[in-house]
Design a protein around this ligand. Structure first.
Ligand code: ATP
Ligand code: LTN
Length: 336
């Protein structure tokens, strides 16, 4: 809570230059809805991105693209504070402090670390390991009540809650203990090529993910190629038919129809027709976002102004929490 207002915080990594459909359906779409009701902070978490090696120019342009996609998806940057994590040094400072309130046993249990370290064996850096502590700092700095995310981030929010509660137990009520928020559907969109694993920006197989700026033909082609099964029945059964069930999830999120209605509608038809319908629904659904993005891209001055103003707004709130934390811990006060 800040000044009696419920606070929302979330972020996405600037890995790659564009978001994928799971980022949108699992997180961004819910941010847009929730931000109308809450005091909101949405960060492009570029400090998190460097846990995987990034090329400088690509990181810089990718981070800006993602910030513009937040706005193109419908967030109002005058209301919601959209900013770069690296513009607010308080994130790194609080992360260090929370490092000293987190146990290695807790970090050892993090499944994202296990997955990412298997993928990046040649660069097993300490940042990858302590990544969830920086994430906890992000959330706690803004006294967030609610963190809208996809299912894969559940464990990180639980750790954040444990760290907050541990700190509060020692120093009093310093941090709001946040809750995770998952949408009713879309919290886990699967890869189109390996439907037993989640869709991800950094998948090497470009056919596995729909990127938000893919053009209509590309979207339809990727859905046509989507891996399904041999049952020849359109049925919602994520356990046995993960590919078809994923397509049903995606279709319902764009068409507004229920799973039952959709299954009834496509019953008896082939997978080909259904895949084409999903592709068309997604292409139509992403069109307004794509148009808005292209407009924003042309308006450098407007985006620069947002970046500047929001870095100040975020810093103000974050520094307030950081000062309180430092005082409680017993660091000597600044003499002015
Ligand atoms: P990377 O491939 O670099 O790990 P990512 O695509 O997995 O990236 P993140 O930046 O880690 O995306 O996640 C941003 C937000 O999107 C988080 O809230 C995360 O839970 C959500 N998210 C990511 N992938 C999916 C998915 N497949 N389904 C639903 N939500 C997702
Ligand atoms: N780890 C998250 C990104 C992230 C985040 C956050 C999400 C960093 N800090 C704070 C919510 C709140 C991910 O999606 N990989």
């Amino acid at each position: 809570m800040i000044d009696g207002k419920t606070v929302l915080f979330s972020g996405m990594q600037a890995t790659g230059s564009v978001l994928q459909l799971g980022n949108y359906l699992g997180a961004l779409k819910n941010w847009v809805t929730l931000s109308k009701e809450y005091e909101s902070f949405f960060s492009v978490v570029d400090l998190h991105s460097i846990t995987i090696r990034q090329e400088a120019a690509a990181l810089r342009s990718g981070a800006r693209n993602i910030l513009m996609l937040y706005i193109a998806a419908g967030l109002d940057p005058e209301k919601a504070c959209i900013y770069y994590q690296s513009h607010v040094p308080a994130h790194s400072e609080l992360a260090w402090i929370l490092n000293c309130f987190t146990y290695m046993g807790e970090l050892n249990r993090m499944t994202q670390f296990k997955d990412k370290s298997a993928k990046h064996e040649a660069n097993l850096n300490a940042g990858l390991y302590t990544y969830p502590i920086l994430q906890a700092a992000d959330i706690l700095l803004y006294q967030a009540d609610l963190v809208p995310i996809g299912k894969d981030q559940k464990q990180h929010i639980e750790l954040c809650r444990d760290i907050a509660q541990r700190f509060n137990a020692i120093y009093g009520d310093v941090f709001t203990v946040p809750e995770a928020y998952f949408g009713k559907a879309g919290a886990k969109i699967q890869s189109l090529q390996e439907p037993e694993k989640k869709m991800s920006k950094s998948d090497e197989n470009i056919n596995a993910s729909i990127f938000l700026m893919d053009d209509r033909d590309t979207i339809i082609r990727k859905f046509k190629k989507a891996v399904t099964d041999n049952f020849a029945e359109i049925k919602y059964d994520p356990e046995n038919q993960p590919g078809i069930s994923n397509l049903l999830d995606i279709y319902t999120l764009f068409s507004g129809k229920s799973i039952e209605e959709t299954v009834a509608h496509f019953q008896g038809g082939g997978y080909g027709d259904f895949k084409l319908a999903v592709g068309e629904a997604v292409a139509d659904g992403l069109k307004p976002l794509q148009e808005r993005y292209n407009e924003l891209k042309a308006d450098k001055e407007y985006i620069d102004k947002i970046i500047k103003n929001n870095a100040e707004k975020a810093s103000y709130v974050a520094n307030k929490t950081l000062r309180k934390v430092k005082k409680k811990i017993g660091f000597p006060e600044l003499i002015r």
